[in-house]
Design a protein around this ligand. Sequence first.
Ligand SMILES: *Cc1c(COP(=O)(O)O)cnc(C)c1O
Length: 395
Amino acid sequence: MSITPLMPVYPRCGVRPVRGEHCHLIDEDGTRYLDFASGIAVNLLGHSHQGLIGAIQQQAATLMHVSNLYGSPQGEGLARRLVEKTFADTVFFTNSGAEAVECAIKTARAYHQHEGDLTRFELITFKNAFHGRTMATISASNQEKMHHGFSPLLTGFKYAEFDDLESARALIGPHTAGFLVEPIQGEGGIRPASEAFMRGLRELADQHDLMLVLDEVQCGVARTGTLYAYEQYGIEPDILATAKGIGGGFPLGACLATEKAARGMKIGTHGSTYGGNPLAMAAGNAVLDTVANDEFLERVRETGARLRARLEQFIGNYPELFELVRGAGLMLGIKMKSDSRAFYAHLRDNHQLLTVAAGDNTLRVLPPLIVGDTEIDEFFDKLSAGAASYTPPAA
Ligand SMILES: *Cc1c(COP(=O)(O)O)cnc(C)c1O
């Protein structure tokens, strides 16, 4: 038998973390890594955050799980907070990002179909998007590397060019139910949509009675300096998927919707055994306690602006390696002139700096949102040493 006990779907590297402290991860052999990946935009309070630990410990000792057949004071509490802080009127809790997007897709279809209009089931999505790994969410992405081996895909998705309003408009037809878009593409390479594009999608949705569905699984929850990224575009969606950072490391996601958009989500139409269980709600509340206030968000914006300014200055020293910096808040990407995966591995293995590679030759810089100047200085020490000692792979 040669298969590994963990199904070999990930290209796992030699870093094997067993402990976390604030912005650092400690490997099983004791090596310390600076963590500017945050479990891919998940650990927004860093590691070993006392408020989050305390909330989970206390809830674990009180009540961990009950069925959604019972009333949920814990779920109502967190849902009410999200409703107060966002465009939404109602929330469905999930255990992951893909499940949140899945619920968003079902909600958009049900909006049109619950009164018998079965013809409107198609979502217009965007090239190089990432929405998760379930059958519906891989079908929602045009990326063939995620499709290979899993056909047939689900029908009902059309792929437009990202950040190209005319391309989206051209795909609207009698079957269109809505748009599904990441305001800032994460896996696709930290590519922010323009304001004109996002506002244009909102207008098209209003004109054609379409659902505007945002996938803020990566860019949401204070990452970009507002609780959700849509706030910075001056628009509101009908439906939004959130996850990753919202549990601070505890598996939690949610599908947020307006009352109108959720009109098809009636009793018996959807469900989840674990979704919204008290332990997850305690984690979500602890995260919101810390991040959902103007002071914290302002700090993310300021820290993000400082980090970005220093990154822009830094890449000027290596014009042969780096092309530009893009993103918002503490969701930043450095577009490279060669494969970013090779540089990511170099930083990781030779300088104990953890970042994340993404599409479009982009290196993602996603520190915990509680990052301070000390860690940012350490980051630039490692990044500078890494760039100086780096030879890009031969093209
Ligand atoms: C990570 C991600 C997902 C999927 O989340 P999972 O928790 O891995 O299922 C969906 N959409 C976006 C934009 C993501 O970054």
